[in-house]
Design a protein around this ligand. Structure first.
Ligand code: CTP
Length: 493
C-alpha cells in the first residue's frame, strides 16, 4: 500500500509552490519537506490551503529564498513574515499559505509560547508532533520530489482511521496538553478512533488542560461543533473527563433522576441528539451552539411536582440569561453571535406552545415579530428538538409545526411581521402629548403592539395613532402630571 502512495505522491503536489520550495532548498543545499496536516489531507482527499514545510536548517532562510524564486518566476515578490523568536516564516503563493520552520528536537506547535528550540533531524521533528497521521513528511527536493517519509506508519493509521501519538502519549500530551482536545476533535471531524493507549493517556492527563488558554480550547470546541456528528466529540470529551473541566454546565445536564417511579429524560443525551439533528440540516456554527445550549438551564430549574411530574419551568428564559455569562466565562465572542444564541435559547419553547394552542393568529404574529429574521433558524432548532421515542408524539409535534409554518407564511405574506416595527415611535408620542421621555411612552407602545398582535387594530400608522390617542386620554392624569397636555387630541375626540 505504501508503495502505491509513494508512486503517486508527486501528483498530489501539483501547486507550483512545491517545486519552487524544492528548488530553493536545493540551491541552499538544504533538505525540505512538506509535513503535517497538508500530507494527512492528501490521503484523506481533503483540500488544504496551508502547507507547512520543515527543513533541516533555517526555515527563515528557506522562506526568503523561496520568495526570491517566486519573484523570478512571476515578477512579483511575496512578503515574508518572519517570526525570529520562533524560527518560523510565512508567505503566500497564490491560494496557498506556506509556513517554514527548521526541524526541531522539541515539540512543534504553532501557538507554542516557548521560543527556545533546539535544531534537530527530520525524525526528531516528526516524533515531537501530535499524532502519527500528522507526522508524515514528503520530500520536495528535486531528486526525491514526492518521496514519503513516514517513520511511525501514519499511512496505516489513516487506513485504520486511528488517532495515535508517535511517542509515549504521556510525553506527547505533556508537551502540549491541547493535543488531548485535538485528538478528540480529529475523531469527531474525521470519524477516526482514538486508540486505547492514547485515550487512556487523555484521561490520565486531563487536568493538564487547565494550563491551556480558553481561546485555544475554543478553537477546538468550535471544530468539534462544526464536525459532521458533533455528539461524537462531546461524548469523547465527557468520557475522557475533559468536559467536566472545560464545560461543567454541560456535564450538569447528565443523568436521570427518579421520584415516585417517574424519571425524566437524560438532558445531556437529548442535547447531543438535538445538536446532531441540527448538524444534519445546517453548517451554521451558531445554530449549532444554540442547540448545544438550548436546555442549559434545566438543571437549575428542575422540580418534582407530585401532580405534574418533573418540570423545568422557565428553563428557556433562565437559559437565555445564562448565555452572556457563560460566553464571558468561556471567552466566546460577546457579539451579535452571542445575542443570536441567547435569542434562540429564549424562544425555543415558543413554536411548540403556539402549535399546541391551535396556531392562533395572534400567537403566530407574536412569534414572527419576536423571532424576526431568525425565524427559520428557530424553526430548525425546534424541529430538531423533537427527540421523543413515541411515534405518535413525534407525528403530532411535526404536524403542529407544519401547520404553524403554513400559517406563518400566510400571515407574513399579508403583512411582513418579520420586519415589524411599531408604527408609532417614541418621539412622535412625546411631541404629540408634549411629554418628556418616560415610562408612559413604553406603556403606550407596548399596548399598541398588543392590539396589533391580537388583531384588534390594523397594522398601520393611522390605526396605531388613533389607538394611542384613546390610550392617552385614559392616561390623562399621568400625562398631565408629567407636564403634558392632550388639548389637541381632546378636541378632535
Ligand atoms: N501540531 C502538533 N501539535 C499541536 C498542533 C500542531 O504537533 N498542538 C503539528 C501537527 O503535525 C500538525 C501541524 O503541526 O499537523 C500543523 O498544525 P495545524 O495547522 O494547527 O493543524 P493541522 O494538523 O494542519 O489541522 P487543522 O488545519 O485541521 O487544524
Amino acid at each position: 500500500m505504501k508503495e502505491h502512495y509513494m508512486k503517486n505522491l508527486s501528483e498530489h503536489l501539483s501547486h507550483r509552490a512545491f517545486r519552487t520550495v524544492g528548488r530553493a532548498a536545493d540551491e541552499l543545499g538544504l533538505e525540505a519537506y512538506v509535513v503535517g496536516g497538508y500530507v494527512r489531507d492528501i490521503f484523506l482527499n481533503r483540500p488544504s490551503k496551508d502547507a507547512d514545510f520543515v527543513t533541516v536548517g533555517s526555515g527563515i532562510e528557506l522562506a526568503r529564498k523561496v520568495a526570491e524564486l517566486i519573484a523570478e518566476e512571476t515578477g512579483r515578490k511575496p512578503r515574508v513574515a518572519v517570526y525570529a523568536n520562533y524560527g518560523t516564516a510565512q508567505l503566500r503563493d497564490g491560494d496557498l499559505e506556506l509556513e517554514f520552520v527548521g526541524a526541531r528536537k522539541e515539540s512543534y506547535h504553532r501557538e507554542s509560547r516557548n521560543p527556545i528550540v533546539e535544531d534537530g533531524t527530520l525524525e526528531d521533528d516528526q516524533q515531537r508532533r501530535d499524532f502519527t497521521i500528522n507526522a508524515m513528511a514528503i520530500c520536495v527536493n528535486a531528486e526525491r520530489f514526492g518521496e514519503l517519509v513516514d517513520p511511525f506508519d501514519g499511512i496505516a493509521d489513516i487506513e485504520s482511521k486511528s488517532i495515535r501519538t508517535p511517542l509515549d502519549p504521556d510525553v506527547t500530551f505533556s508537551d502540549d496538553p491541547l493535543r488531548m482536545m485535538r485528538a478528540i476533535r480529529f475523531a469527531s471531524q474525521l470519524g477516526f478512533f482514538i486508540v486505547p493507549e492514547t485515550f487512556n493517556a487523555i484521561r490520565r492527563n486531563r487536568k493538564r488542560i487547565e494550563i491551556i488558554t480558553k481561546e485555544r480550547i475554543n478553537d477546538e470546541l468550535s471544530k468539534i461543533i462544526r464536525s459532521p456528528r458533533p455528539s461524537v466529540g462531546f461524548k469523547l470529551l465527557d468520557m475522557s473527563g475533559l468536559l467536566e473541566l472545560i464545560f461543567p454546565e454541560l456535564c450538569e445536564l447528565k443523568g436521570v433522576e427518579t421520584q415516585e417511579g417517574r424519571g425524566h429524560k437524560d438532558n445531556f443525551l437529548h442535547t447531543l441528539k438535538v445538536l446532531d439533528n441540527v448538524a444534519e440540516k445546517t453548517d451554521d456554527e451558531w445554530i449549532r451552539w444554540a442547540a448545544l445550549l438550548h436546555d442549559i438551564a434545566k438543571p437549575r430549574v428542575k422540580r418534582y411536582d407530585p401532580k405534574l411530574g418533573w418540570t423545568f419551568h422557565n428553563h428557556n428564559f433562565i437559559g437565555e440569561k445564562m448565555i452572556p455569562k457563560l460566553f464571558r466565562k468561556m471567552k466566546l465572542p460577546l457579539n451579535e453571535k452571542m445575542k443570536f444564541v441567547a435569542k434562540l435559547v429564549g424562544l425555543h419553547m415558543r413554536p411548540q406552545s403556539v402549535a399546541d394552542d391551535g396556531v392562533s393568529d395572534s400567537g403566530v404574529r407574536r412569534l414572527i415579530t419576536d423571532a424576526g429574521d431568525d425565524i427559520e433558524a428557530l424553526m430548525l432548532l425546534c424541529e430538531a428538538d423533537i427527540t421523543s421515542k413515541i411515534p405518535e408524539k413525534v407525528k403530532r409535534q411535526l404536524e403542529g409545526f407544519s401547520r404553524l409554518r403554513v400559517r406563518m407564511d400566510e400571515i407574513n405574506a399579508a403583512d411582513n411581521y418579520r420586519k415589524w416595527k411599531n408604527p408609532v415611535d417614541g418621539n412622535e408620542i412625546m411631541e404629540r402629548y408634549h411629554i418628556p421621555g418616560s415610562k408612559v411612552i413604553a406603556t403606550i407602545k407596548e399596548s399598541i403592539k398588543e392590539a396589533i398582535m391580537e388583531g384588534e387594530i390594523e397594522n398601520n400608522h393611522d390605526a396605531a395613532l388613533n389607538y394611542a390617542d384613546q390610550l392617552a386620554l385614559s392616561l390623562r392624569d399621568e400625562i398631565e402630571a408629567l407636564g403634558g397636555n392632550l388639548d389637541a387630541i381632546s378636541i378632535a375626540n
